[in-house]
Design a protein around this ligand. Structure first.
Ligand code: NAD
Length: 503
């Protein structure tokens, strides 16, 4: 395989540097591509280009319908290039072809379509008659683009989570500088090339691949950037917030999770076992909202674990381009070591390994970063595997004796991103949902991302929400323009100050 090199995109041009990032295929451990590595100077250049494009007004002051048309065309091009996008996500991100087709790339075009529609229908101006004050006038509350906004994306869903920031920011008329994760910039670079083809003016979307604490940190601190949208770890989210504080930038932070799945005593255990494995093991558990803590009634634990183990044992490993493969590798050797370290800590702290815990064999898995689906029982809430985000295919089963105890365990976490309740009684589950401290509660399902509703976390899982109409609120400034309509100097209260002016 020839190792192709990809430049970054700034001001509508391909920009190369002497420094390179290596893109490694997680299923083989081989370098498959290189990408120009941007540093602080490239971020500065990208922000300058974004500002120039913003001030030129071709995008920032374009009619919403024009912006909508370009975003629709971009969504169409995304659909047309789906095979190449899927290949890029498999190559850099280790998604299996089924995951990349269904999720990593498959959701991107519909999500972009949603924001393209929103660009045309969003209320950018709200006129309000003001008659109560002594004067008569009209206020127009405007939602205006902020200027240049920064996006910092993670490696687990590079295109999709980048798009959750780029799409509303562009729909609102902003210029964007995005720093993709250093391991997975390929799909974002292709997206930016397609955006130019769709008619997005040069400089409106700039992509600077680079190392987080260098290029990412500069973007968060840059005085010319008015807002940062970030998805990643809670630790880095705190760094971004600190860096943003210097210039009082707005932030939207989507961070880590340790999501609980509360299995009620009336749940259908066959459906719940499948749903929970889907919720925990999809993309080898490298999803912020993965259901990593199963809370099960003590009286039903054994029958439930039996089903979980039986169903999880059918998960097939294989090459990431093979449609028969159920589970692919982790993103890197580092992540694999980290996950195996957590599995070791679970054993040492006294949890019982019910399934997995190791590395799968297979002639075709040699160089890849694979870890078996792993299920621990006898987990207690104080164990590391019950408290920390592992970001791997590891499910911890905990037991409870009463609903109150289930809720206490579920909420006893620094995180509050997602959660699920499994029950055959909808009203009972809906009632319980009100008491779970999480930004999303799924009832009898998991990973149900709907672009029309807000997504984000309680507590240390984030600040603000992405998706839904109010994603656009977060990428706009609010301006009130007041127009006096009284035409009557006497009707204004100016004589409070100027009572002697006409003497
Ligand atoms: P990470 O925080 O290490 O990296 C995320 C991004 O931040 C990367 O682009 C990285 O280069 C950049 N970065 C790193 N240090 C930086 C710094 N000092 N300043 C600016 N940018 C910096 O996270 P990760 O390991 O890539 O992703 C996994 C994490 O992301 C998990 O914790 C997961 O839960 C979280 N995540 C959250 C959501 C959500 O929607 N809440 C979705 C996906 C992933």
């Amino acid at each position: 395989m020839t190792v192709q090199h990809h430049p970054m995109i700034i001001g509508g041009h391909e920009v190369d540097t002497g420094e390179r990032l290596e893109i490694i295929d997680p299923s083989t451990g081989e370098v498959t591509a290189t990408v120009a590595r941007g540093d602080e100077s490239h971020i500065d250049l990208a922000v300058e280009s974004g500002r120039k494009a913003f001030d030129a007004g071709d995008w920032s002051r374009a009619a919403p319908a024009e912006r909508s048309a370009v975003l629709h065309e971009l969504a169409r091009l995304l659909g047309e290039n789906i095979e190449e996008m899927v290949e890029l996500e498999i190559q850099a991100n280790g998604a299996t072809v089924r995951q990349a087709t269904g999720f990593h790339v498959g959701l991107a075009a519909p999500h972009l379509e949603y924001f393209a529609n929103l660009a045309a229908t969003y209320e950018f101006e709200t006129p309000t008659k003001i008659a109560a004050f002594p004067t008569v006038g009209q206020s127009t509350v405007r939602r205006e683009p902020i200027g240049v906004v920064g996006a910092v994306a993670p490696w687990n869903f590079p295109l999709l989570l980048g798009l959750w920031k780029m799409a509303p920011a562009l729909a609102a008329g902003n210029s964007v500088v995005i720093k993709p994760d250093e391991k997975t910039p390929l799909s974002t670079l292709l997206f930016a090339r397609l955006a130019l083809e769709a008619g997005l003016p040069a400089g409106v979307l700039n992509v600077v691949p680079g190392i987080g604490h260098v290029a990412g940190a500069r973007l968060a601190a840059h005085p010319g950037v008015g807002k940062i949208g970030f998805t990643g770890s809670t630790a880095v989210g705190k760094e971004i917030m600190k860096a943003s504080a210097e210039t009082l930038k707005g932030v939207t932070l989507e961070l880590g999770g340790k999501s609980p799945a509360i299995v009620l005593d009336d749940a259908d255990l066959d459906t719940t076992a499948d749903g929970l494995l889907w919720g925990c093991m999809l993309y080898s558990g490298q999803i912020c909202m993965s259901m990593t803590r199963a809370l099960v009634p003590e009286s039903r634990k054994d029958e439930f674990v039996e089903r979980l183990v039986e169903r999880a044992s059918t998960i097939r490993f294989g090459g990431t381009r093979d449609w028969e493969t159920d589970m692919g590798p982790l993103i890197s050797q580092r992540q694999k070591d980290r996950v195996l370290g957590y599995i070791e800590s679970g054993k040492q702290e006294g949890a019982t390994l019910a399934l997995g815990g190791g590395v799968p064999d297979g002639a075709d898995l040699g160089g890849g970063y694979y870890v078996e689906p792993t299920i621990f029982t006898d987990v207690t809430p104080d164990m590391k595997i019950a408290r920390e985000e592992i970001f791997g295919p590891v499910l911890s089963v905990l037991t409870y004796r009463s609903e109150a105890e289930a809720l206490e365990i579920a909420n006893d976490s620094d995180y509050g991103l997602a959660s699920s309740i499994w029950s055959s009684d909808n009203s009972r589950a809906l009632e319980m949902a009100g008491q779970v401290q999480a930004g999303t509660v799924w009832i009898n399902d998991a990973h149900k991302i709907n672009v029309e509703v807000p997504f984000g976390g309680y507590k240390q899982s984030g600040v603000g929400r992405e998706l839904g109409p109010h994603a656009l609120d977060h990428y706009t400034e609010v301006k009130d323009v007041y127009l006096d309509l009284s035409n009557d100097k006497a009707a204004r209260p100016w004589d409070v100050l100027l009572s002697h002016a006409d003497d």
